[in-house]
Design a protein around this ligand. Structure first.
Ligand SMILES: CC(C)(COP(=O)(O)OP(=O)(O)OC[C@H]1O[C@@H](n2cnc3c(N)ncnc32)[C@H](O)[C@@H]1OP(=O)(O)O)[C@@H](O)C(=O)NCCC(=O)NCCS
Length: 230
C-alpha cells in the first residue's frame, strides 16, 4: 500500500460509519487491549463531552462527494489515524490517539494531537492529561515535543507485561497554530448540558461493564495504589 500524501489527509469528526474501518487499525496498533466496536459506540454516544476525529485520505478514483469522509457511503476514503478527547469542566483527557504504521512519522500524530488540544480549549479545558506506556518511544516523543510533562508514574499499570505508565499533563492549554479539529466541536449549550450530564454518563459507562482497555484503565486508575509522583 502506498505511503499517504499527508497534505491530502483531512481530519473529520469520527462517525458511526467509520468504526468498521477503524477496528482493524485499532487491533493492529493495540493488540489484546484494543477497543471493541461497542467501546467506540459508547464513546460516540457522548458528544457532549467527547470529541473524536479520523484522519482520512482519499482513495484513487474516489468520487468528489466522498473525499472528505463525511457520509456513510464514503467507501472512497481510507482511514489512516484517529484520536479522541474527553472534556470534563477544566480538565481534558486524551482517550486515544493512533496513526497507521504506513502513515507514521510524518507529522500526522502531531496534527491529531493539536486538533485534540484545539477541541479541549474550545470546550473550556485548561489542562490536558494522558497516560502512556513508559516504553512507547514515538508517543513519548510526540507528547514531550508538545509540552506534556510527566507528573506521576503508575508502576505495573499495563498488564500482563507489567509496563509502567507515565501520567502526563499539559497546562496551560492554548489553541494550536493549526487547529483542524473541525466542526465536530459542540456549541455552548451542548457544553453546559454536557457538564450537567457528565456525572450520570460516567455512572452509566461503569455499569456497562465492558471488557476493554478503557474499563481496565479506569479500574487501574481507581485502585491506584502504586502511583508515584514523578
Ligand atoms: C504515537 C503515534 C500516534 C505517533 O504518530 P506519528 O504520526 O508517527 O507522529 P508524528 O509523525 O507526529 O511524530 C511525533 C514525534 O514522534 C517521533 N517518532 C515517530 N516515530 C518514531 C519512532 N518510531 N521512534 C521514535 N520517535 C518517533 C517523531 O520524530 C516526532 O518527534 P519530533 O516532533 O521530535 O520530530 C503513533 O506512533 C501510533 O499510532 N502509535 C501506536 C498507538 C499508540 O501508541 N498510541 C499512543 C497511546 S498513548
Amino acid at each position: 500500500m502506498p505511503v499517504p500524501d499527508t497534505a491530502a489527509i483531512s481530519l473529520v469528526p469520527l462517525r458511526w460509519w467509520h468504526v468498521e474501518q477503524v477496528l482493524p487499525l485499532e487491533r493492529e496498533l493495540f493488540g489484546p487491549s484494543a477497543w471493541t466496536a461497542e467501546t467506540f459506540w459508547s464513546e460516540l454516544a457522548h458528544p457532549e463531552n467527547r470529541q473524536y476525529l479520523v484522519a482520512v485520505e482519499p482513495s484513487p478514483g474516489a468520487s468528489a462527494d466522498s473525499e472528505d469522509g463525511t457520509g456513510p457511503g464514503d467507501g472512497g476514503t481510507r482511514i489512516v489515524g484517529y484520536a479522541g478527547v474527553m472534556v470534563n469542566a477544566s480538565q481534558a483527557d486524551v482517550q486515544t490517539i493512533a496513526v497507521a504504521p504506513r502513515a507514521a512519522g510524518r507529522g500526522l500524530g502531531g496534527r491529531l494531537l493539536d486538533a485534540l488540544v484545539g477541541a479541549a480549549v474550545r470546550r473550556g479545558a485548561t489542562c490536558l492529561m494522558l497516560e502512556v506506556r513508559s516504553d512507547n518511544a514515538p508517543a513519548l516523543r510526540l507528547y514531550t515535543g508538545r509540552g506534556f510533562e510527566r507528573i506521576a508514574i503508575r508502576r505495573g499499570y499495563y498488564q500482563p507485561e507489567g509496563a509502567d505508565a507515565w501520567v502526563m499533563r499539559r497546562r496551560p492549554l492554548t489553541l494550536p497554530a493549526r487547529d483542524d479539529s473541525g466542526s465536530g466541536c459542540s456549541g455552548r449549550h451542548e457544553q453546559d448540558q454536557g457538564r450537567r450530564e457528565q456525572g450520570q454518563d460516567d455512572r452509566k459507562q461503569r455499569e456497562q461493564g465492558q471488557d476493554d482497555r478503557k474499563q481496565r484503565e479506569q479500574q487501574q486508575r481507581e485502585q491506584g495504589p502504586r502511583e508515584e509522583r514523578a
